[in-house]
Design a protein around this ligand. Structure first.
Ligand SMILES: C[S@@+](CC[C@H](N)C(=O)[O-])C[C@H]1O[C@@H](n2cnc3c(N)ncnc32)[C@H](O)[C@@H]1O
Length: 427
């Protein structure tokens, strides 16, 4: 396994200018990065202004003085996953997207991918050819290989998943594993995902794992917060500072796309959570709803806290539990449950002292927002990848007011934004 950390958290002087990053952007063959020609600092200033204006306009507005400095991404090599549509032929596969007229556009050299992903893609293309994996032809509904999904950990370890129409080639892939491990020494997870259905959903429900493990260890390093971290740490909690956060990513689980920005996101959540005690000697009750593999919950876990994570994906919950064991957290201080977070009621029992929510793009919705509003929860951290649904959800919780907000540039060169807000109940 590789051990050199490979992503950086900020634009560097050596980084190529955005305009020269990508020939496919220059000639408009690929439209995934609409703002690539604008220097990243200017992009970020514009994004910050746009999001702040949107959130200032809602019925439960984010005040201008709540905003902290945005977290800037590196301009390139920040994406930890490649989701490649496979087209072309088995002899000459195209790995990328379907462009105009359904023609395959090869994104093997996309400058956004981490270097380990870029290095792996030609090896995987050769494997496709060697095994005769015919790319799936969408209009003709023929062929076997639909997608190639590649994820890289901060240490450069790889998870590679072949999304196949049927199990026909699974044993061929199994036989190819030793050769692949030789060519890709950091290959940690290889699997075949079976997606028999002709539809836009990338993955199917069945995963055949071909390696000893089905999970990638993502060793995150949370930076010390710029504001010095905890002003009033939770009793017994370690002082804020850089620290490791090991997460396990099983196949079929969500992970934030930009690892360096995810590190800043979790570190900021921890720093903001640490500014409050208010539990009169008992452990602080923290809920993390839509917890995925447990990033927020495990960043917050530690002495003086009892965290509870809830997530619909059982695979992700397995990963969160394994990471909690790796961190040697006592069972009572970190509990994870597979289930529907949107039906929970924080007001039904002892209310959480801190509620973290990080829902999909649709937001938490009217019902959960209504129950949080009616509950005794004093503090909420809401991390959103969709400012539109965030505005709507904030309006549904008028007793909770935004005290701090921060933009995380998880998706540079696009209009997408991740926003974390800290809310406190008005008395
Ligand atoms: C934006 S991701 C956040 C994951 C995690 N907080 C993180 O930092 O990686 C949203 C997560 O919500 C999960 N999810 C979607 N609907 C859900 C529901 N009704 N109940 C619980 N989890 C849900 C998804 O599986 C996904 O893991």
């Amino acid at each position: 396994m590789a051990h050199a950390r490979t992503h950086s958290s900020a634009p560097t002087a050596q980084a190529p200018s955005a305009a020269s990053l990508c020939a496919l952007h220059e000639d408009a063959t690929c439209r995934s990065c609409p703002h690539l020609s604008t220097p990243l600092p200017a992009q970020l200033a514009h994004k910050q202004a746009r999001i702040a204006a949107l959130l200032a306009d809602g019925a439960n507005p984010v005040p201008a003085d709540a905003w902290q400095e945005p977290a800037a991404s590196a301009p390139a090599r920040f994406r930890n996953k490649a989701k490649m549509v496979v087209s072309g032929t088995a002899a000459a596969p195209v790995l990328g997207v379907l462009g105009r007229g359904g023609r395959g556009v090869d994104l093997r050299e996309c400058p956004l991918h981490m270097p380990q992903i870029e290095a792996a893609l030609p090896v995987l293309a050769r494997t496709i050819t060697a095994l005769g994996l015919t790319p799936y032809d969408v209009p003709a509904r023929r062929g076997e290989l639909k997608h190639l999904l590649v994820t890289a950990s901060p240490d450069g370890d790889l998870m590679v998943r072949f999304v196949l129409r049927s199990r026909r080639h699974v044993e061929d892939l199994r036989a190819a594993l030793p050769g692949l491990q030789q060519d890709l020494p950091t290959l940690a997870v290889l699997s075949a995902n079976i997606q028999p259905v002709h539809q836009a959903i990338i993955e199917g429900p069945e995963e055949v794992v071909l390696t000893d493990t089905d999970r990638l260890l993502m060793r995150l390093r949370l930076p010390a917060p710029a504001d010095g971290g905890a002003r009033a740490p939770v009793a017994g909690a370690a002082r804020a500072g850089a620290r490791e956060l090991p997460l396990y990513l099983p196949t079929r689980s969500f992970f934030q796309t930009n690892t360096a920005i995810a590190e800043q996101l979790y570190a900021t959540a921890r720093a903001w959570a640490d500014t409050d005690t208010g539990t009169a000697g008992r452990p602080q009750r923290v809920w993390d709803l839509f917890c995925g593999v447990g990033g927020f919950a495990l960043a917050l876990a530690g002495p003086g806290r009892a965290v509870r994570g809830v997530e619909v994906s059982a695979a992700a919950i397995d990963g969160a539990r394994a990471a909690a064991r790796l961190m040697k957290l006592p069972a009572e201080s970190a509990r994870f449950e597979a289930g529907d977070a949107s039906v929970l009621d924080p007001g039904a029992g002892p209310a959480p002292d801190l509620l973290v929510v990080n829902p999909p793009r649709r937001g938490i919705g009217a019902e959960l927002a209504g129950r949080i509003e009616a509950s005794g929860a004093e503090r909420v951290l809401y991390s959103s990848c969709n400012p539109g649904s965030l505005v709507a959800d904030l309006a549904r919780m008028p007793s909770l007011r935004v005290r701090r907000a921060r933009l995380f540039d998880m998706f540079p060169h696009t209009d997408h934004a991740e926003v974390l807000v800290s809310l406190r109940r008005d008395r």
